[in-house]
Design a protein around this ligand. Structure first.
Ligand SMILES: C[S@@+](CC[C@H](N)C(=O)[O-])C[C@H]1O[C@@H](n2cnc3c(N)ncnc32)[C@H](O)[C@@H]1O
Length: 433
């Protein structure tokens, strides 16, 4: 059996939905054995190359699970300082994981780290003690084998004893298998070695180094990447963004090996998208590329694009004005009413040009209001009228029964992305023709 641990980004639901979609695209047979906002346990039929993390916008770390044991031992060992349990865990580390072997075989003085991801509150409180215990065991065993090592500790003010992905990159902990991930819930504890981490520098480069940028309306590359995966968009597929702006979605699509088509009503955006795509192709040395960017109005999409030409549509239409203050309920409603016409037209036209079973993944506004409520558009009715079927982001078939006992995640119809400082958030929908 081969299983991995995936550490999600801040928006864990978005990360999980993306991961499931991505494994579906790549035809992996898999199960979600466990999920929480801290980590996911995914069982796979075949090994996965951990570098797939570069194709995901929402995964922070991927670790290969080496073993698991009952969390009761951990509680006994750390909370009750039970010597037998301590010894048991020590034996598990030494006999059931390759961490020591890997570190012994690395060159010179070895450097390692231990990160804890806890989805049970009680254990979360003692996670620093757990982390120190594991670090000590590994260091002692390495010393016994004549290997000098340095265990990467944390400053006292760190909230959780976890190495960030940037630290893992900077300390080169992937190359020497130098990070042990301990993920634990109330019943079970998994030990894994980190095999890949999210590289924020690459995403940042596409965000802030592309030649033409537009701060307020542009979509971050990580979100663009997530939406593309949710659309089940694979290499060679034809991807359309009919509200392409400066091309954030087109860039991620082109990098993914898809043929991309962009449309926007604003001529400045067309030139911007073209320039940005040319920059991407040169900068990332993309050999096989195919892109088209056209001036056009979404209300006449089928006049620009042939019927059933498109494999998937991924887009962020107009989300309303950039808000300086949190709007009143009435003002938020006014914004939403004004957008109704364009969303209806977009859905009707999109349906015509999509191939059968093609997905349309798009964003609609999710507005914070002064009353503390959120206001959103009624997409269901518009999409239904156009002929679309909604795809729920979490298909129950991919979850082990034991994984779904607490949160009824499969009941989520859409995904929401809004941070505390934002007035306009994104509601993300997946529809299928
Ligand atoms: C929220 S922005 C898209 C941002 C884009 N994802 C990016 O990263 O730059 C919406 C875009 O829709 C375009 N737009 C608005 N109405 C349109 C219409 N009727 N047809 C086509 N494009 C339209 C705007 O010019 C704007 O660039």
């Amino acid at each position: 059996m081969y299983s991995i641990i995936v550490i999600p980004g801040k928006n864990w639901k978005l990360s999980l939905a993306e991961l499931i979609a991505f494994l579906e695209i790549k035809n992996h047979k898999f199960y979600v054995n466990y999920f929480s906002k801290e980590f996911f346990v995914i069982q796979l039929e075949k090994k996965i190359n951990p570098s797939v993390i570069n194709a995901l916008g929402g995964a922070i770390k991927i670790g290969e699970i080496e073993t698991s044991f009952r969390t009761a031992y951990l509680k006994e060992a750390i909370l009750n300082k039970d010597k037998i349990s301590k010894k048991k865990i020590r034996n598990i580390i030494l006999e059931k994981t390759k961490i020591i072997d890997n570190l012994v075989s690395s060159e010179k003085k070895t450097f390692f780290g231990v990160s804890i991801y806890c989805s049970e509150k009680k254990l979360g409180k003692i996670s620093t003690r757990i982390q120190r215990f594991f670090g000590k065991v590994i260091k002692e065993e390495l010393a016994e084998q004549g290997k000098k090592s340095r265990f990467m500790g944390f400053s006292k003010n760190r909230k959780n004893p976890q190495l960030s992905h940037v630290e893992v990159i900077k300390k080169r902990l992937i190359d020497n298998n130098g990070e042990l991930i301990i993920s634990t819930n109330e019943n079970q504890t998994w030990l894994s070695t980190t095999k890949a981490v999210h590289n924020p520098f690459e995403f940042q480069k596409r965000d802030i180094e592309k030649p033409i940028q537009r701060k307020i309306f542009a979509m971050p590359p990580r979100i663009a990447r997530i939406l593309i995966n949710l659309a089940l968009c694979d290499r060679k597929n034809i991807l359309l963004d009919p509200f392409c702006g400066v091309g954030s979605i087109l860039l991620e699509g082109a990098l993914n090996g898809s043929k991309v088509i962009g449309i926007d009503i604003n001529p400045w955006c067309i030139r911007a998208s073209e320039k940005n795509l040319e920059w991407l192709i040169n900068n990332y040395q993309i050999q096989e590329h195919d892109f088209r960017v056209m001036l056009g109005d979404v209300r006449n999409l089928s006049g620009k694009i042939r019927y059933k030409e498109i494999d998937c549509i991924v887009t962020e239409p107009d989300l309303g004005p950039a808000l300086q203050q949190v709007p009143t309920n009435a003002y938020a409603q006014k914004i939403i009413n004004k957008l109704d016409v364009i969303y209806s037209a977009f859905l009707i036209e999109s349906y015509k040009i999509l191939k059968k079973n093609g997905r349309c993944v798009f964003v609609s506004p999710y507005l914070r209001t002064r009353s503390g409520n959120f206001l959103k558009m009624n997409i269901e009715e518009k999409a239904g009228k156009a002929g679309f079927k909604r795809v729920f982001p979490f298909n129950k078939d991919f979850f082990r029964k034991s994984a779904i006992k607490t949160v009824k995640i499969w009941e989520n119809k859409s995904l929401v992305d809004i941070s505390k400082r934002h007035k306009t958030g994104r509601e993300i929908h997946i529809f299928q023709k």
